[in-house]
Design a protein around this ligand. Structure first.
Ligand SMILES: *[C@@H]1O[C@H](CO)[C@@H](O)[C@H](O)[C@H]1NC(C)=O
Length: 951
């Protein structure tokens, strides 16, 4: 231990030094480029051309649910097995694995919500060049060309997607290390090989392994397969001071996809980059490898904390998606019109368009695992969201309170500090729902504990918050302090739950507590045990208003390669390499499970995570990690959250104010104004930054921040309904304009504005010293109402809006009805029974519709249909409220206190008819200059049926 600490001391000092230094720059040298990642370099060296792969049509088998076919690599004769499925809802799944791998290759578990249901495939035609299959009832077909192998998905005469059309399919088969042994490889020798390895690793001196890699191959009988050359990095790879032993040798997979007619691709978060992905020809590919990147840089393809291997392709006619289900390190190349003309065999009854036809080509490269790809064929954005949701699930429906404002910093120092900050919100009349505690609240970075001096009576503190209907989040990270006086560590160790290093001992790395172990969250028994730690009688000092934040779950290992875990660490028989990008997903899964179980399955959890993978949307919220108090970081919060939303992860936010550095008061105000209209709304700050609670910047700025936060709270009914909708459909809450205006190219690359649902368009001010912004208002038949002035604007236009420091340009779409609660109180729970104001914005046809969703705000009882879901519509001068889901049951004390109709004309009288056939005349005001009709105290219960006639 002592030597380890001594050895690691300088690393830690170096890291802390960076923390404290003022210069902002990622140390790129700490992270690999594609060239420094041996498999990426090898695969990227394969250039477009004739693929060595050939489909062996005589091996084809077609059952009702799948096609199987062998592929052979003509260079090395290794055979692959292709499986093709037609899944329900316009999805085609293509799996490619080795026909006879030396040992099983990793297939990602737990991300798909079920084995996806299939639909029948049928053979349309076949000859020696290939086969044509019908994809269900649509005019969609898949064409399998044999020599070289390629797949084309076509609809009518349009090619939607082609696979291996550039010949970049690469599949590194598992093999014996030929400088040590030689076998004619069959699958049955795998266990023999494992035994030999075991004997060797226990007997040989530890140096031997290292030597072998550099020694020339010994003289052995070679088989055809072994004539392939051994390249650097195949069996061992060194980066900086770290050597990655690669006992399984090369195992990369890669495949190219061509997207004819496509110029815009999106997704594959997490990157600090524009919404529309860039071509990567002149630099590195986009990298997906969950990393704790210190002081990340903007507008580049470097990896960040999360990886969601899903890309959307869009043009004015169609939206499609590619879901590459692989959890190993992955790189994605994007190019445009570089492939030249794709050549179709005579199977393809298709004439290629002119050379001007735009085309995007992408290539996915992963270090291990198999090729398992889901081609989501749309055709609309909504259908792609639904297709992806059918595979990986939808956004978890969060507790209503978590949609309020969150106050965080590293750190609130002690209970007195928490009390004072809490009181500050009341004093300044700013609502908030959650106050957060970072790592310093623990007893020496031992999670699930409290500092005995600073947080001596956590229940008292939590009760104080509960009395005000407020809540707390405390951090629980996955690195566990190696300390025999720490119960959590002892239990994990004694149960054998730690991830092992390559030699089979518990893996230890350096993180906040010093030396730490990393529980193997991929194990269901470990996750069950971890979940149990959140029980009220296990987690001392916890109460039902305490929720959880999982940070550092990439995992972050300060002294590990690229600040993360060694790839040759072991999860049972699998290497960390195989599932690195899944680790954080499992940490959040186990934690959310714990919060559910502690309440006996009654309460919805709230868990914030930094690392994500496909499927993380089912588990809670995510934030964009350690950003900085800079204008560009404020700007990039928009495309970063939009990109996550496109791949299902709606509950996204960026640290308001910026984590590192200290914001000017102008930047802080603008950030609150932006964050108030983003899904997860939390201020956070680094330990070394000056305090920045909302009232510390003078009364004017306090007022501006108060107003932004209060606007957030007035829209909570709309946010809640949007999240209910996201939970049901997988549609993003915060969405790019092109999702709603898919045929309007002007919306395809907007990074500075977004929609919330369909009905609110937000163009926050993100420029320093701005005097105005130009917002694009879409939709040639649309009108948009400024939510503050009620001024009406037509789409399609670029609208210049003069701004002051109080401006947050937000527009309500004509044709929509948005319920709000205007009596803002201390927290969302305090507003539970408050009345609603309906904002009815009329379109050019003088109609509008909207929804209202109400439940208890925090339990799973909505799954038992305990909720109110209503539809409001305005047509022919009649506004009505009808029950959208009549079998659901819930009662509310809330009533409708006001209705504001935008774009109205003046009625002579307004008659309300309630469900019991009572009729009442209602009072109203009409503002002729703005065409705003305000109906006062109509007084219906929010769950009731009624109609209101304007005469
Ligand atoms: C499937 O695709 C067809 C043709 O593009 C489309 O008409 C249909 O609505 C899609 N169905 C689903 C469930 O997405």
């Amino acid at each position: 231990m002592a030597t380890f600490t001594e050895r690691m001391g300088p690393v830690l000092l170096f890291w802390l030094g960076l923390c404290l230094s003022g210069t902002w720059a990622v140390d790129k040298g700490n992270f690999k480029t594609c060239d420094q990642s041996a498999f990426c370099k090898r695969q990227r060296a394969i250039t477009p051309g004739e693929s060595p792969y050939r489909a062996l049509l005589e091996t084809m088998e077609l059952t009702n649910t799948k096609l199987t076919l062998q592929l052979i690599n003509d260079n090395n004769k290794v055979r692959l097995l292709l499986e093709l499925y037609r899944l329900q809802g316009n999805i085609t799944r293509v799996k490619i694995n080795e026909l006879k791998p030396l040992k099983p290759r990793y297939e990602v578990p737990d991300v798909l919500i079920r084995e996806p249901p299939t639909e029948p495939l049928s053979l349309l035609s076949q000859d020696e060049n290939g086969v044509v299959l019908s994809l269900g009832a649509e005019s969609q077909r898949v064409i399998v060309s044999a020599r070289p192998f390629r797949l084309d998905i076509v609809e009518g005469r349009d090619v939607l997607m082609s696979l291996n059309s550039r010949g970049l399919l690469g599949f590194e088969h598992l093999r014996m290390r030929k400088d040590t042994f030689s076998y004619k490889v069959t699958s049955t020798v795998a266990s023999v090989w494992d035994n030999i390895k075991r004997v060797f690793s226990s007997q040989a001196d530890p140096e031997a392994d290292n030597k072998e890699a550099t020694d020339p191959p010994s003289q052995v009988e070679t088989t055809k397969e072994e004539e392939e050359k051994v390249e650097d990095g195949m069996w061992e790879e060194t980066f900086k001071s770290h050597t990655d032993s690669k006992p399984n040798g090369p195992s990369a997979v890669s495949l190219d996809f061509s997207l004819p007619g496509v110029e815009h691709v999106y997704g594959i978060p997490e990157h600090a980059d524009t919404l529309k992905l860039k071509t990567t020809d002149s630099g590195d590919p986009y990298r997906l490898y969950n990393l704790d990147v210190f002081q990340y840089e903007l507008y580049n393809p470097m990896a960040l904390y999360g990886s969601v291997p899903v890309m959307l392709a869009h043009n004015a006619q169609r939206t499609t998606g590619i879901f590459w289900l692989n959890a190993a390190e992955t790189w994605v190349d994007i190019s445009s019109n570089t492939a030249g003309k794709t050549v179709f065999g005579k199977m393809l009854d298709y004439v290629q368009g002119s050379s001007e036809t735009p085309q995007t080509d992408v290539r996915w490269i992963s270090e291990s695992g198999i090729i398992d790809v889901f081609l989501m064929l749309g055709p609309t954005p909504r259908e792609v969201f639904s297709q992806y949701a059918s595979l990986t699930g939808t956004q978890a429906f969060p507790p209503l309170a978590s949609l309020g404002y969150h106050q965080c910093r590293w750190n609130y120092n002690d209970q007195e500090d928490v009390r004072a900050v809490d009181a500050g919100f009341d004093e300044h009349d700013i609502p908030y729902d959650f106050i957060w505690l970072d790592i310093e609240h623990t007893d020496g970075k031992r999670y699930f504990t409290w500092d005995p001096h600073k947080f001596a009576s956590p229940k008292e503190m939590l009760q104080g918050l509960m009395d005000k209907k407020r809540k707390m989040v405390a951090i629980v990270d996955p690195h566990i302090k190696v300390d025999t006086n720490y119960k959590i560590h002892n239990e994990i160790r004694s149960r054998g739950f730690y991830i092992k290093n390559k030699d089979g001992a518990d893996y230890e790395g350096w993180c906040w507590p010093g030396s730490a172990g990393y529980p193997d969250f991929t194990r269901p028994d470990m996750r069950a045990w971890w979940a149990g730690q959140f029980a009220y009688d296990q987690y001392e000092g916890s109460m039902e208003n305490l929720y959880t934040w999982n940070d550092m779950n990439e995992p972050s290992v300060f002294n590990g390669p690229e600040v993360t875990m060694h790839k040759d660490a072991l999860h049972g028989s699998w290497e960390h390499r195989d599932m690195h990008n899944l680790y954080g997903f499992y940490v959040q899964m186990a934690t959310a499970q714990g919060l559910i179980e502690r309440s006996g399955g009654v309460e919805r959890p709230f868990v914030l995570t930094r690392a994500v993978f496909a499927g993380s949307q089912r588990l809670g919220a995510v934030w964009t990690g350690d950003n900085a108090a800079e204008w560009d970081h404020l700007k990039i919060s928009i495309p970063m959250c939009l990109s996550l939303g496109l791949v299902g992860i709606s509950f996204c936010g960026a640290d308001v104010g910026g984590f590192f550095k200290s914001p000017s008061s102008e930047l802080l105000v603008r950030w609150y104004q932006t964050g108030a209209y983003q899904p997860f709304f939390r201020a956070h700050a680094h330990l070394d930054t000056p305090r920045r609670e909302p009232w510390l910047f003078g009364p004017e700025n306090t007022a501006l921040i108060r107003e932004a936060v209060r606007q957030r709270y007035t829209f909570l009914p709309y946010w809640y309904q949007l999240f209910y909708h996201a939970y049901q459909t997988g549609e993003p809450v915060m969405r790019p304009l092109w999702v709603e205006y898919p045929q309007d190219p002007a919306t395809f690359a907007l990074d500075d504005e977004f929609l919330l649902g369909r009905d609110l368009l937000v163009h926050p001010v993100t420029e320093e010293g701005a005097r105005g912004v130009t917002a694009y208002l879409p939709g040639k038949d649309e009108v948009w109402f400024d939510i503050h002035t009620f001024q009406k604007h037509n789409g399609v236009q670029n609208l210049y809006i003069p701004v002051t420091m109080s401006s947050i340009p937000v527009f309500q779409r004509g044709g929509s009805i948005i319920p709000r609660k205007l009596r803002v109180r201390r927290s969302s729970a305090c507003m539970e029974d408050d009345p609603y104001t309906l904002y009815v914005a009329l379109d050019n046809r003088r109609t509008a519709e909207g929804e209202l969703y109400i439940d208890d705000g925090h339990t799973f009882n909505f799954e038992k249909r305990e909720f109110i879901h209503r539809k409001f519509s305005f047509t022919n001068n009649v506004l009505s409220s009808v029950n959208l889901e009549p079998d659901a049951q819930f009662t509310t004390k809330s009533w409708v206190e006001r209705i504001i109709i935008l774009g109205a004309s003046k009625p002579s009288k307004i008659t309300l008819r309630t469900a019991d056939d009572q009729e009442n005349q209602l009072e109203f005001d009409f503002d002729a200059s703005m065409s705003v009709l305000t109906i006062r105290k109509p007084g219906m219960n929010a769950g009731a049926d009624w109609t209101m006639t304007l005469q």
